[in-house]
Design a protein. Structure first.
Length: 145
């Protein structure tokens, strides 16, 4: 953010560099973990812990709801109330956060990352990544952190 402000102060804004910096800022925001200890509802805390433990597995709303002994319909309403998102979207975000970490810290192939993060295929992973971050995993990997 400081670099962007410095470019603006000097009236020398480079659009490509600014765009890259903004993507880095968003990526950092997305990759910051949700601390389930700060969620007041113990049911939602437990559900998030279940999701985090099974991030690489193919899990459904029914399975998450069953892990906290609630009906899927009631659980969905409760989760959305406390988290401002659906369990499915939270799961996707958690998978993408894990993928972003692996892209930054490893040289694993996209197939391996997709598998470790619970995506059905590398194609599905790339599509989700692009949809949520407006860049491909390869472009993300090339960003300087």
């Amino acid at each position: 953010m400081d670099e962007i402000l410095q470019m603006m102060a000097q009236d020398r804004v480079d659009e490509h560099q600014t765009s890259s910096l903004i993507h880095q800022i968003f990526a950092e925001i997305l990759s910051s973990p949700v601390d389930s200890n700060h969620i007041p509802d113990p049911v939602i805390r437990s559900a998030i812990q279940f999701i985090n433990l099974h991030i690489q597995d193919s899990i459904s709303l029914d399975q998450i709801a069953a892990s906290v002994n609630l009906s899927p319909f009631y659980f969905l309403r409760l989760f959305k109330k406390h988290m401002d998102t659906t369990p499915h979207e939270y799961l996707t975000q958690a998978r993408l956060k894990q993928a972003m970490h692996l892209l930054r810290q490893t040289r694993l192939s996209l197939d391996n990352i997709a598998d470790q993060c619970g995506f059905n295929s590398a194609t599905h992973f790339i599509r989700s990544f692009r949809q949520h971050l407006n860049m491909t995993p390869g472009q993300y990997r090339q960003l300087k952190f």
